[in-house]
Ligand binder design. Structure first.
Ligand SMILES: Nc1ncnc2c1ncn2[C@@H]1O[C@H](COP(=O)(O)OP(=O)(O)OP(=O)(O)O)[C@@H](O)[C@H]1O
Ligand SMILES: [Mg+2]
Length: 225
């Protein structure tokens, strides 16, 4: 299977308040195969979120290249990077960021509306994606009327809705209890094994590690193996 995303020699320095520099990434190389699960793991502060933000065009590396679908996305304009994220990528974060005044349906629909999808297509995708994550019966609930795991499933449905080429998930189960997180883990497994989604995820979940195509361990901003 081809690699859809490669990062070569990525560094990321942060200059903090007192002028000192944090070397959050120190020359990282990774490859993400299309249709597979790639996992980033490592201790707190090892650079996982920093790296996933580079891969998903949420931040730019200090040096190095990120090639997505044949182009170096670090060199694109902010507008092009926004388009890339909106149409081709999707994100699931640790804390679920849903609009509290919108129902599950409206939350999933929102991104499609922004991206200019026609109404009919939106209706079809929103319904299908909410069904896929097991929330057909909860479509018209607001986040406050859903459990934590259900809210994360809405966030996953939202990520799937525009049929992205790649999904980035940064510890999507970290804020859930173990029972709830089990359901989310099973959902990700289905997306990988049955739907062949391309997913890059930071996680410590052992059962996800087992089905991963590649697992990269970060230590102090470097890949170790
Ligand atoms: N905006 C920032 N400014 C300064 N330093 C930062 C910034 N973001 C991250 N860092 C530092 O970079 C290092 C890597 O942080 P990162 O958030 O990538 O770690 P992580 O592996 O995701 O940790 P966790 O498991 O706790 O989420 C840490 O030392 C952190 O303090
Ligand atoms: Mg993190």
């Amino acid at each position: 299977m081809a690699d859809i995303l490669t990062a070569s020699n990525i560094t990321r320095d942060f200059v903090i308040g007192d002028g000192s520099v944090v070397h959050a990434l120190r020359g990282v190389n990774i490859q993400v195969a299309e249709g597979k699960l790639t996992i980033l793991k490592g201790r707190s502060g090892s650079g996982k979120t920093t790296l996933i933000n580079m891969l998903g065009a949420l931040d730019r590396p200090t040096s190095g290249e990120v090639i997505f679908d044949g182009q170096d996305i670090t060199k694109l304009s902010d507008i092009k990077r926004d388009e890339l994220r909106r149409y081709q990528m999707a994100f699931v974060f640790q804390s679920v960021a849903l609009m509290s005044s919108m129902t599950a349906y409206e939350n999933v629909d929102f991104g499609l509306r922004l991206a200019g999808f026609p109404l009919e297509k939106r209706q079809e995708r929103v319904t299908k994606c909410l069904e896929e994550v097991g929330l057909a019966k909860r479509m018209h609930h607001r986040p406050g009327e859903l459990s934590g795991g259900e809210q994360q499933r809405v966030a996953i449905a939202r990520a799937l809705a525009h049929e992205p080429k790649i999904i980035f998930a940064d510890e999507p189960t970290a804020e859930l209890d173990s029972g709830t997180s089990h359901h989310i883990v099973e959902l990700f497994k289905t997306l990988v094994l049955d739907e062949h989604m391309t997913i890059v995820m930071t996680t410590h979940d052992v059962s996800l590690l087992e089905i991963a195509d590649r697992v990269y361990t970060l230590e102090d901003g470097e890949i170790v193996d």
